[in-house]
Write a protein that binds this ligand. Structure first.
Ligand SMILES: [Zn+2]
Ligand SMILES: [Zn+2]
Ligand SMILES: [Zn+2]
Length: 388
């Protein structure tokens, strides 16, 4: 852990000299200024910036031959790009689209089916927050090599988002997933509302990004597990999803989670039904991968971490004989160490815990299962774990 601080220190003192690593969440403008994922203009030299979703990098832009088109400083050979048509909307999208593709909307914005009612002034801010979280989600899915297909391009297997508020009859929408459509109650972008619901529901953690990672887990269950060779193994690990969902929901809200649920599940909600267990575990996998990846981008090395707790052994994994097992376990152990440190940092600021969860051995096995599914589907998850 001490070495992490030393490395972080040197990283801050001499940043970006060696060029961005694969993990980088920090890039450099042509003027040398550090750039972060959300930036659309350099704060130092005012250069226009854009995010290229594949291979996943933020770069300063040079005006190209025709109006509103740009070359990438990071890769001048990559051709001409336009900035996403949602750049100058409340979504403030800083992503790039290859010139002549996608009707001006980037791969993340093309997923929107319904955007919030912008005649309501509060929805401008809410939509902005929603899009920041959604771009973070989509960037990670692409980084893992997972297919990100818009419903407007493939109705049957694509993904779409509805960001909606109360309807004309005064009914509130339900946040959830059905057949590739993710619905988000736009009130979830109101911090006061979301915090109130979090306390009411007794949840330790409730964020827009968390919602998206959970709901997209249901989408990828349909794509990657249903009807695949993973279905039998899924049922052995998570249970039989053919159990009545309606009854499970009813039981969960009447009786709550079973006692000792912490030994087998990542959250109380995960105990409700195998589908929810999958979505909760999937969301945690994405949280862990993103956080460890970011820490690695700042110079942390998981291999050099000095664990001050008993690390999980190989037998904890879903498939202990898998050749990537030791790497995955190193990643999990690095995460637990990192989360422990970040929790202490949060407490030193009087903030709630950064990661208010405990991962028992049974959940490590489930996370490994999710990892193997994603690695097979996207071909990139092993590389992310190995880059430690
Ligand atoms: Zn600059
Ligand atoms: Zn966009
Ligand atoms: Zn769910």
């Amino acid at each position: 852990m001490y070495r992490f601080f030393e490395q972080l220190g040197s990283r801050i003192a001499a940043p970006f000299a060696s060029g961005p690593s694969r993990n980088s969440k920090v890039w450099a403008c042509r003027c040398g200024q550090a750039l972060f994922f959300r930036n659309s203009q350099c704060l130092a030299c005012s250069a226009a910036l854009g995010y290229q979703p594949v291979p996943g990098r933020l770069t300063s832009l040079q005006p190209a031959d025709s109006p509103e088109t740009w070359w990438l400083d990071a890769d001048p050979q990559a051709g001409a790009f336009v900035r996403c048509a949602n750049l100058d909307t409340p979504a403030a999208c800083n992503w790039l689209v290859p010139a002549g593709e996608g009707q001006g909307l980037c791969v993340a914005c093309r997923l929107n089916r319904t955007i919030p009612d912008l005649s309501l002034v509060e929805n401008h801010e809410h939509w902005r927050k929603v899009e920041i979280a959604k771009r973070r989600l989509v960037a990670q899915l692409l980084d893992l090599g997972l297919p990100v297909i818009a419903k407007r391009e493939d109705e049957a297997t694509g993904l779409a988002f509805d960001f909606v508020g109360t309807d004309l009859q005064g009914r509130n929408p339900t946040t959830g997933h059905a057949d590739g459509l993710i619905t988000l109650d736009i009130k979830e972008a109101d911090d006061a509302h979301r915090e109130r619901v979090r306390v009411q529901m007794g949840e330790p953690y409730r964020t827009l990004l968390g919602h998206f990672r959970h709901e997209v887990g249901h989408y990828y269950w349909d794509r990657l597990i249903a009807g695949s060779q993973w279905l039998g193994p899924f049922r052995r690990v998570f249970g039989d999803e053919r159990d009545s969902y309606a009854q499970a929901l009813e039981r969960h809200y009447q009786e709550g989670a079973p006692t000792h649920w912490q030994q087998g599940f990542v959250s109380a909600y995960a105990t409700m039904h195998p589908w929810e267990d999958w979505a909760e575990t999937w969301a945690h996998y994405l949280h862990m991968m993103d956080a460890v990846d970011t820490a690695l981008g700042f110079g942390m090395s998981a291999r050099e971490m000095e664990l001050d707790y008993q690390p999980f052994p190989l037998e904890t994994l879903y498939d202990p004989t898998h050749p990537g097992g030791p790497m995955f376990l190193a990643f999990v152990n690095a995460w637990i160490e990192l989360a422990g440190m970040l929790n202490e940092l949060s407490r030193s600021m009087g903030q709630p815990d950064f990661y208010p969860f405990v991962l028992p051995a049974a959940v490590i096995a489930k996370l490994h299962f999710v990892h193997l599914v994603i690695a097979q589907a996207g071909g990139r998850a092993e590389a992310v774990v190995q880059s430690q």
